[in-house]
Design a protein around this ligand. Structure first.
Ligand code: SF4
Length: 313
């Protein structure tokens, strides 16, 4: 993929820090308000019992140890020099501020950790939590990652997200009032969404001028309500070519200054029901690059104008 066609987060981090920076997913043991009993029970229809965790998190050890173990691996594999601790599975603001501070501080105390990213839900960031996150924004390189998936309330209802788009807008606005960098997670290929629906969500993100975007492909996992619907023939997933076309359509709508933090996803191989082509992540990324070339297009080519920024990424 020609780097100049997309503002890739990995490239940006390399420039900003002067060397390779990798994110390490950390499980601090938080639950999710959208699941009964924190981690048990069903929440969003697509979410498995791991709380949408990355593959390979060493959950059985403490935060510092998780980071140290993963650093070793990433140094050898990618020659990474610095690391961002990514509080990823479930909802990483779902605890009293003092407990959150204790966890975030443990991560920041680990050698070579140069920043934090905290993933959560829009209904899990009250003012006290955002005030705490703003402290970290001043102290370190900090990202708040908010799962939205779609701006359409009918889709959010179907997904059993437990919040609507207005809830996201409120959380987003309060985060930006505090100067936080915000990365929004979207899913492409959600049941019932047309290309126009997907592009409407992309244009909404462009209108807001979000600092970062993660694009996820809808994965259907065993043991989820979505998996049951898929096995009953009620849900279809995208083909690879359709996904590639939609990703490039979305990229064209986004502002040129939005950092693209993810272009696809990798679900756990042993649980993945569909689409199986997504297991070949490099093939998908190469196809997105090839489609950008074929169209002679780039991120932001359909973006109408400049929106003022509220923080410097
Ligand atoms: S909010 Fe996140 S952790 Fe909670 S059920 Fe939904 S996807 Fe899973």
């Amino acid at each position: 993929m020609r780097k100049e066609t997309i503002l890739l987060y990995s490239t940006y981090l390399k420039h900003r820090f002067g060397g390779r920076v990798h994110k390490i997913s950390v499980d601090a043991g938080f639950g999710c308000p959208n699941r009964s009993n924190g981690r048990a029970g069903h929440g969003c229809v697509f979410c498995d019992s791991s709380g949408s965790a990355a593959v390979g998190i060493a959950r059985q050890v403490g935060i510092a140890q998780q980071l140290e173990q993963a650093q070793e691996l990433m140094r050898r594999k990618y020659r990474a020099k610095w690391f961002i601790a990514y509080f990823q599975p479930y909802s990483n603001t779902f605890a009293p501020p003092a407990q959150l501070r204790h966890c975030y501080d443990q991560a920041l105390a680990v050698n070579n950790v140069v920043g934090l990213a905290v993933g959560t839900r829009p209904d899990c960031v009250d003012d006290a939590v955002l005030d705490l996150l703003a402290e970290y924004h001043r102290r370190t390189y900090f990202w708040l990652e908010i799962g939205l998936q779609s701006c359409h309330d009918r889709t959010l209802n179907y997904l059993r997200r437990g919040h609507d788009y207005a809830c996201f807008l409120d959380a987003y606005q309060r985060a930006k009032e505090r100067g936080l960098r915000v990365c929004v997670h979207l899913i492409i290929g959600l049941p019932g969404e047309s290309r126009d629906d997907i592009l409407h969500t992309a244009r909404e993100m462009a209108r807001l001028g979000v600092d970062g975007i993660k694009l996820h492909l809808l994965h259907v996992l065993q043991g989820t309500p979505l998996g049951d619907s898929f096995l009953a023939g009620e849900v279809k997933t995208l083909g690879m070519d359709d996904y590639v076309q939609l990703v490039v359509d979305v990229l064209e709508c986004l502002p040129p200054h939005t950092l693209i933090q993810r272009l696809t996803g990798d679900g756990p191989r042993e649980l993945l029901l569909a689409p199986l082509w997504s297991l070949n992540k490099w093939e998908v990324l190469n196809a997105i690059g090839a489609e950008l070339e074929r169209r002679r297009t780039r991120q932001g080519s359909h973006y109408p104008g400049t929106i003022s920024r509220t923080c410097d990424v």
